[in-house]
Design a binder for this molecule. Structure first.
Ligand SMILES: Nc1nc2c(ncn2[C@@H]2O[C@H](COP(=O)(O)OP(=O)(O)OP(=O)(O)O)[C@@H](O)[C@H]2O)c(=O)[nH]1
Ligand SMILES: [Mg+2]
Length: 230
């Protein structure tokens, strides 16, 4: 009988990704840049939150944005029009970003001038949750019209995220049939440490607490590298 070899493809891919993510994390640490990986379904409001964040923090901080999209560059064009450097990663069909793609994008940004890099991951509640990009924090958006049952259907993303932005709060009380108490109980059972922010990118409601969290995270990154290893 001939020798049989087994390659566990997923395990290999994730372990390669982990090594590249560690390099990205080190590059960011040396440049004192805070990077947040923003994940959500298509249309949940990722670009809207990024645009709101830019207008709130642009004066105080150097911001760069990495946009992930299967086909277009429309989100990066919006960001660039606001005067913020943007790199569009067009994945050509891949449904998530990985650490190698982020490494390529980071080379296109002048990290020495930046304090904050926001990554808009590909719109998808499944695959992005599995890939470490070397980010400091993971954040996700769940928008009210998507429904309160999403933590039951896509538990991994809700489990791994550090911050959960509940967007489109302006839909509550109207047509939306969303049970906030049941939703929060589902989140609690998956993730006891997640920070939650209830916002509307349309009205601006609740956005100060999100930008406050980012300010704190940026400040702790800035203070993180000892002077001797700059
Ligand atoms: N009513 C309401 N609409 C919103 C809110 N936030 C975003 N939208 C709208 O939702 C739609 C999708 O918003 P985007 O910010 O493009 O969503 P996205 O997650 O970046 O979408 P993809 O990049 O395609 O995955 C747009 O029409 C926004 O104007 C909100 O808080 N309330
Ligand atoms: Mg978008």
């Amino acid at each position: 009988m001939a020798e049989m070899r087994l390659i566990d493809v997923k395990k290999e891919i994730l372990s390669d990704n982990q090594a590249r993510a560690a390099e990205n994390r080190e590059l960011l640490r040396r440049n004192r840049v805070f990077m947040v990986n923003l994940m959500a379904s298509p249309g949940a409001g990722k670009t809207s939150l990024i645009m709101r964040t830019i207008s709130e923090l642009q004066e105080a901080f150097g911001i760069g944005v990495i946009e992930g999209d299967i086909a277009s560059a429309v989100d990066a064009e919006k960001v660039a029009a606001a005067g913020v450097p943007a790199v569009q990663l067009r994945t050509g069909g891949f449904c998530h970003l990985d650490a190698t793609m982020i490494s390529m994008a980071l080379q296109e940004l002048e990290l020495a001038k930046l304090d904050l890099v926001i990554v808009e991951n590909v719109g998808n509640l499944v695959c992005p949750a599995e890939f470490d990009l070397g980010e400091n924090k993971k954040a996700m958006i769940l928008s009210i019209p998507e429904g309160d049952d999403k933590p039951l259907k896509y538990p991994l993303m809700f489990s791994v995220t550090d911050a959960l932005v509940i967007n489109k709060m302006d839909y509550l009380g109207g047509e939306a049939d969303f049970d906030m108490t049941a939703f929060m109980a589902r989140i609690q059972s998956l993730n006891q440490t997640v920070r939650t922010f209830k916002v509307s990118c349309k009205t601006g409601e609740g956005l100060e607490s999100w930008t406050h969290w980012l300010r704190d995270e940026i400040a702790s990154c800035r203070g993180a590298v000892p002077e001797t290893i700059q």
